[in-house]
Design a protein around this ligand. Structure first.
Ligand code: HEC
Length: 254
């Protein structure tokens, strides 16, 4: 049968075939969408996806001329490692020693109240059970640290070892303060002074939960065994953010 534009039957059948094609096209789009939106297979993938998402948001906020504080307002922002390295690199490149004590913008809280470190260290006891979900979250968070401290906490030229470090299994307040304020000047770890890069910038863009998780992971991985760290302990020390990086002498001897 030849196609005749005036034949109502032919026009109707064209409409039917057109509709079927259109619906099949939508189904195809749906299938493509489902395959593209697979759930991430590992915790690492999930954390990476989250960081790319956050990075996009930060860039968007910067394009909109928003400040760091505004980006953070009401949101949990995790700065991607790229930005952490850039921050450390800039500080190291600036020859003036004072540059390394410049706090992260938007994080300064001058006149923070004095806190009782002993009390904070006693908040979690040695035998208290450790939640496997916290360890898993800490492992994902440790990606921020692995570049300098090694995938297995073995240490390297950019950071001292965590495996077997007396600091890692020592007083919790030391570890929290290192995250919130950073560390400068050489530190002796396992009898070896670490001098190649005697400076670690504050990692205080992490939430209380993230810091607690990564420290709990450090204290219970790479052969280490010590009590967990709770978000409440981190919260109790938040007021220290913005103060200059600590030196070994300011830490409690492990
Ligand atoms: C850019 C490199 C770098 C990154 C990233 C980094 N650190 Fe460090 N870290 C260092 C350096 C360098 C020191 C030693 C600083 C000094 O000598 O004053 C250090 C020291 C430490 C110490 C005390 C010494 C030890 O190894 O026991 C702890 C604990 C620590 N870092 C934890 C962390 C955690 C947790 C993270 C991730 C959230 C992290 N660091 C990310 C470079 C880094």
């Amino acid at each position: 049968m030849s196609y005749n534009r005036d034949n109502p039957l032919a026009r109707f059948s064209a409409l039917v075939w057109g509709s079927i094609t259109f619906v099949l096209f939508l189904v195809l789009l749906g299938v493509i969408y489902i395959f593209k939106h697979e759930d991430p297979a590992t915790l690492e993938d999930a954390a990476a996806a989250k960081r790319y998402d956050t990075k996009g948001k930060i860039f968007a906020a910067q394009d909109a001329a928003l400040g760091y504080k505004e980006i953070e307002a009401g949101k949990k922002v995790q700065v991607p490692p790229h930005d952490v390295f850039e921050y450390v690199g800039k500080n190291l490149a600036a020859a003036k020693p004072a540059a390394t004590t410049t706090p992260v913008p938007g994080k300064v809280k001058p006149g923070a109240p004095a806190v009782n470190l002993e009390e904070i260290n006693k908040m979690v006891k040695d035998g208290d059970p450790i939640d496997p979900a916290v360890l898993a979250a800490g492992k994902a968070q440790y990606m921020l640290c692995a570049a300098c401290h090694g995938q297995n906490g073995e240490g390297g030229p950019a950071g001292p070892a965590h495996a077997g470090s007396e600091w890692v299994t020592g007083p919790v307040s030391n570890l929290i303060l290192i995250q919130l304020r950073g560390l400068q000047g050489p530190i002796t770890v396992k009898g070896q002074p670490f001098t190649t890069i005697p400076m670690m910038s504050a990692q205080n863009f992490q939430t209380d939960e993230q810091i607690a998780a990564v420290l709990t992971y450090l204290r219970n991985s790479f052969g280490n065994k010590a009590s967990a760290v709770s978000p409440e302990q981190v919260k109790a020390l938040r007021g220290e953010v913005g103060k200059p990086p600590l030196t070994e002498a300011e830490l409690i001897k492990p």
